[in-house]
Design a binder for this molecule. Structure first.
Ligand SMILES: Nc1ncnc2c1ncn2[C@@H]1O[C@H](COP(=O)(O)OP(=O)(O)OP(=O)(O)O)[C@@H](O)[C@H]1O
Length: 223
């Protein structure tokens, strides 16, 4: 699902943000991506979503060679990826419904189909009763779950999360991770970038570790 082959990324005027990185996340796998601030986690996620292109090496996502994609092909790649941000990037002047519906509106889905899918996604994250609320009326944990509903509403094959529990306490963080596990059990590939080593230690998933742009471990967790 995610394949990096000897990938390096050098930003203009910068040093190597990623240095000869190789790893493979298989379809249906759930894995963590970790490393200190500046280690290259965000850059790695940007290469997966074609926000950035590799300077050297090859990035293959869901069969597509990201470095070789034409501009007009990028939206097709992004359709297969759901992204969750630390600060959830919700539209605060729109309802929960509108926020979750957004990816489907962009896709041109019919209104009836949008309604059904938004309800199903909110149900999965336990917020069916908050559909008409404004995000401003929700707690931080609930806002994050709206962000997750929006990321999964188009049923992506791959779910990426960038510090999804950064602003949450340990109990809420665990709840969010349990949600990721639910989507993973249903077949979605999940990659979660996080600083939270405590959280990783409590879960038995593979951890990809970056240090100053190099992948220092990509081991399988022993069964
Ligand atoms: N657009 C850019 N232009 C130049 N250098 C950049 C750019 N984006 C990131 N970098 C540099 O690349 C390196 C890796 O940054 P990156 O944001 O990928 O790290 P990170 O592990 O996500 O850090 P954090 O956890 O703090 O978000 C850093 O040295 C950073 O300064």
């Amino acid at each position: 699902m995610i394949q990096f082959e000897q990938v390096s990324k050098v930003y203009p005027g910068g040093r190597n943000a990623l240095d000869n990185v190789s790893f493979h996340v298989k379809p249906g796998e759930m894995a963590f991506l970790t490393g200190h601030s500046g280690a290259g986690k965000s850059t790695l996620l940007k290469l997966i979503t074609a926000i950035e292109r590799p300077t050297l090496g090859k990035v293959t996502i869901n069969g597509a060679d990201v470095g070789a994609l034409k501009r007009q092909q990028v939206p097709f790649l992004r359709r297969s990826i759901g992204i969750i941000f630390q600060d959830h990037n919700l539209l605060m002047d729109r309802s929960v419904y509108d926020n979750v519906a957004l990816p489907l509106l962009i896709e041109g889905f019919a209104e009836r189909e949008i309604g059904m899918r938004v309800e199903a996604a909110l149900d999965m994250v336990g917020l069916a009763d908050k559909i008409a609320y404004s995000p401003t009326q929700l707690s931080g944990g609930e806002q994050q779950r709206v962000g997750i509903a929006r990321a999964v509403v188009a049923r992506p094959a791959l779910l990426l999360a960038d510090e999804p529990t950064g602003n949450l306490d340990p109990k809420l963080s665990m709840e969010i991770l349990r949600l990721f596990e639910t989507f993973n059990s249903a077949g979605t590939t999940v990659l979660i970038a996080t600083h939270d080593l405590g959280l990783i230690a409590r879960m038995r998933y593979r951890t990809l570790t970056l240090k100053q742009g190099r992948m220092i471990s990509a081991d399988e967790v022993a069964a």
